[in-house]
Design a binder for this molecule. Structure first.
Ligand code: SAH
Length: 334
């Protein structure tokens, strides 16, 4: 598939800018769709000799759920759906995209997420604070808030799973929008499993997870040749509040610890880590609302952050970084 933009030599820079805008609009793997159409050309012609009927089918195939399946990287499901169309037994099941919204800034979304937001019929989202991202959605798209915060669950996880399945069964193109990355402390794995069990087509679109967004915005490297070559994404929060962790292993690897939902557990983490031999003076940072324009940063040591966090935090989502690499942050002071 070739899409060409030319100014005939008059304004090559303008042509480049226009190309960049078109590229942002179209899926990078649009060629897969062209290849799919080519592969089934003869098959479709044989099944539908009449040109208007063929055109109507191709319109549906190239713009609807079959195209979604091809672009989501599931050609087998796309082929099965096409065969069902040709046999006049079309399936009406929609598709669910588990999409990472990143930390909240609209321009930290992936191009794929941005395109899907412009297409989806329904957006199932949880965090308020992703307004900038939601603004990119189709104006007439239905928005369903299933909000979750640490303590108050609006909809139980199994209810969210059921909602996704039933929306897809209505034939809708659904986005399940999740903060950061869907597969990092996002329960995306549970939703994916529920969709797979219900035979609903789905795809997972990664997002910039909090650890990466916070490190970047706070200018703190997660790895550093002179400090550590490993990062551990971990959480300080469990459903029952008890933290069973192998602190010895955490300390031994010397990995930078990126702690999600860690504020409340900080005293326990501090005790566990220092008991296992981590010095209290280990560099640490606390980043609130990282990757947004309301970000705040507190730097210090494991001891000082643990002491100051409760009064410093104003309740926004916060991530804690602990490890020798933090010392190399250009904003870090103890
Ligand atoms: N799937 C998400 C994480 C969900 S768990 C991701 O990949 O980022 C929610 C926790 O993530 C919050 O309690 C907080 O620890 C962290 N978090 C999410 N967004 C954040 C942000 N913008 N700044 C700091 N921490 C954030």
């Amino acid at each position: 598939l070739t899409i060409a933009v030319s100014s005939g030599g008059d304004a090559p820079v303008l042509a480049r800018l226009i190309r960049a805008r078109i590229e942002a609009l179209l899926p990078a793997n649009l060629g897969d769709l062209a290849a799919f159409a080519a592969r089934f050309r003869d098959r479709i012609r044989a099944a539908l000799p009449s040109l208007p009927a063929r055109r109507a089918l191709l319109d549906r195939v190239l713009s609807g759920r079959i195209a979604d399946l091809v672009l989501a990287g599931d050609p087998a499901a796309a082929e099965a759906a096409l065969e069902a169309e040709l046999a006049h037994t079309p399936t009406h099941t929609g598709i669910v995209h588990l999409v990472g919204a990143g930390p909240g800034a609209a321009d930290l979304l992936t191009l794929r997420a941005q395109r899907l937001l412009g297409e989806a019929d329904v957006i199932v989202h949880d965090r308020l604070g992703t307004e900038a991202v939601l603004d990119l959605a189709r104006r007439d798209a239905e928005r369903v808030y299933v909000g979750k915060s640490r303590a108050n669950h609006c909809l139980k996880q199994h209810e969210i799973n059921e909602l996704l399945v039933s929306l897809a069964r209505e034939g809708k193109k659904v986005i399940r929008l999740k903060g950061g990355d869907p597969f990092v402390f996002g329960r995306g794995g549970e939703e994916a499993a529920a969709l797979a069990a219900a035979a609903i087509p789905f795809e997972v679109v990664p997002g910039v997870t909090a650890a990466l967004a916070c490190a970047a915005q706070a200018r703190i490297p997660l790895t550093h040749r002179d400090a550590t070559r490993a990062v551990t994404l971990m959480t300080g929060h469990t459903a029952d509040g008890v933290i069973a962790m192998d602190f010895d292993a955490l300390v031994r690897t010397r990995a930078t610890l990126a702690i999600y939902m860690g504020l409340h557990a900080l005293p326990h983490l501090h005790r566990g880590l220092t008991t296992a031999g981590m010095p209290e003076t280990t560099p640490a940072a606390l980043i609130e609302r990282g990757g947004t324009d309301r970000q705040r940063l507190l730097t210090g040591t494991l001891a000082s952050i643990t002491a100051q966090a409760p009064t410093w935090s104003d309740g926004g989502p916060a991530l804690i970084l602990v490890g020798e690499a933090v010392r190399h942050g250009t904003n870090w002071t103890a």
